[in-house]
Design a protein around this ligand. Structure first.
Ligand code: PLP
Length: 458
């Protein structure tokens, strides 16, 4: 199986290439040249598998040239040992909502599900065998901690994590700045997540720098993350044993929900994918109006969704624009030159066939946390609460699975404010409370980040 770029279909890459690079040359995103389509009979067989076995079947479609199936199997087993749940994820009924808890990994967010596998893939693909790999990643709080947990103390790998200074929760920051080994560098950028992501993308596009430091990326634009996330859509769909299932997904960079879109492309009969956004509602707006226009980022009580440039949306655009790379280029050029692009009505209708977009304000989010606690004595984190809120606002969809994207403990200040309760530390959380936090504060500047990285590796 080969991969190409959303902005240039004639380029060809292997899984190993795209795993290492994350971003295609010229700024496009990678997509696979073939998509496995499961029949009803296949689905029936898959529905009988354990989580790990299902993960092997699905992920293998995308990397069969590079990783043998039995090797992938042991890689997956090893990756999910650190999870509290035997079956990695857990489906629960909370009133009339089906909650899929994805937060039982070492850093309490769904990011662990993909990142633990990715950490082991770095070793398995031997990408750092002869030369140190420097991974640079932008985080709105959870990707960073999951990447640190997965990559700390790995041989010949350094990890530079850029987070927006003072714009993530205290627990998110504490995890990131206390659990890493000597190969981990935390950088607090004086800016927003979009600024962090922009710097990382710019560094990737500077060939000299990228080659000089042997740069790699693990942001949600890395295809390897998406393929690991496809698995839990299949798994939870099978567990629910219903025939008309939709998913409501707390969304920022459009990575997690895109995995659901791909599951549907592979034959899983998902009804609707509901994009839940906070007040940074660019995705809600583009789905409902066709205008994609990033505003300035507003801080919210769901910091992991404080994003205006939803990078993975380009992967959807490619299919909405009938797989025409020139059309993708033209919209992306509009975006960079005019700060906006507009989709034709027909294209918006095409998106609406699979997606709904719903905005949930901070006030609504807080009320949902309160209400769910009052009615069910169950505590959900603010991100998950936006998924609940969006699911409640939509009528007549049938059964809905809400993706529980983080454990409430990660946002304990907000929970305290909403329900007046202090949460206990979950026992599987990797957190080193006795260790002094280490991070460096750096200006929102591409060259300052480059100098910082060079000073640490030379
Ligand atoms: C990353 C994250 C999201 C958003 O996921 P995307 O893949 O960026 O859309 C939502 N909730 C939590 C808790 C997250 O960490």
């Amino acid at each position: 199986m080969n991969y190409f770029s959303t902005r240039n279909k004639s380029l060809k890459f292997s899984f190993k290439d795209i795993f290492l690079r994350g971003l295609a040359p010229g700024g496009g995103l990678f997509l696979p040249s073939e998509i496995k389509k499961y029949t009803k009979k296949d689905l029936k067989k898959l529905s009988e598998l354990s989580y790990n076995k299902l993960a092997v079947e699905i992920i293998y479609n995308f990397c069969s040239k590079e990783i043998q199936k039995n090797e992938l199997s042991s890689l997956i087993e090893k990756s999910y040992i650190s999870f509290k749940e035997n079956e990695v994820v857990k489906l629960k009924k909370i009133g009339d909502i089906n909650l899929l808890e994805l937060y039982h990994g070492p850093t309490l967010a769904f990011k662990d599900v993909a990142m633990q596998v990715i950490g082991n893939m770095y070793d398995h693909l031997q990408v750092a065998k002869t030369k140190t790999v420097n991974i640079v990643v932008a985080t709105s709080g959870d990707t960073g901690s999951a990447a640190i947990a997965a990559l700390s103390d790995r041989k010949n790998i350094n990890l530079f994590v850029l987070h927006p200074h003072n714009k993530i929760s205290n627990i998110q920051r504490k995890i990131m700045t206390t659990i890493g080994g000597a190969n981990i560098y935390n950088i607090a950028i004086e800016g927003t997540f979009d600024d962090c992501q922009k710097i990382v993308k710019e560094l990737f596009n500077e060939d000299n720098f990228r080659e000089k430091i042997n740069m790699s990326g693990v942001n949600s634009i890395n295809w390897a993350r998406i393929i690991c996330q496809i698995v839990y859509y299949f798994y939870s769909y099978f567990k629910l044993k219903k025939s008309n299932v939709s998913f409501s997904v707390p969304t920022g960079n459009f990575g997690d929900i895109y995995a659901g879109y791909f599951a549907k492309k592979m034959g899983l009969p998902i009804n609707k994918l509901i994009v839940a956004t906070n007040k940074n509602d660019i995705l809600q707006r583009v789905i409902n109006t066709g205008e994609y226009k990033p505003n300035t980022v507003k801080q919210s009580i769901t910091p992991s969704m404080d994003i205006q440039v939803a990078s993975n949306f380009e992967r959807l655009l490619f299919y909405i624009l009938d797989e025409n790379d020139n059309s993708v280029n033209s919209l992306m050029n509009d975006l960079s030159s005019k700060g906006v692009f507009n989709l034709q009505k027909k294209k918006v209708e095409k998106i609406k066939k699979d997606f709904e977009g719903i905005k949930i304000t901070d006030e609504e989010t807080e009320n949902i946390i309160k209400e769910v606690y009052k009615k069910h004595q169950f505590i959900i984190d603010p991100h998950t609460a936006t998924g609940f809120g969006a699911a409640k606002k939509i009528k007549n969809l049938g059964d809905i699975i809400v993706l529980g994207t983080a454990h409430p403990y990660k946002f304990n200040d907000t929970i305290k404010k909403a329900i007046g309760k202090n949460l206990e530390i979950p026992e599987n959380l990797k957190l080193n409370v006795d260790k002094k936090e280490t991070f460096d504060i750096i200006k929102n500047s591409n060259s300052e980040v480059k100098n910082y990285i060079l000073s640490k590796i030379e």
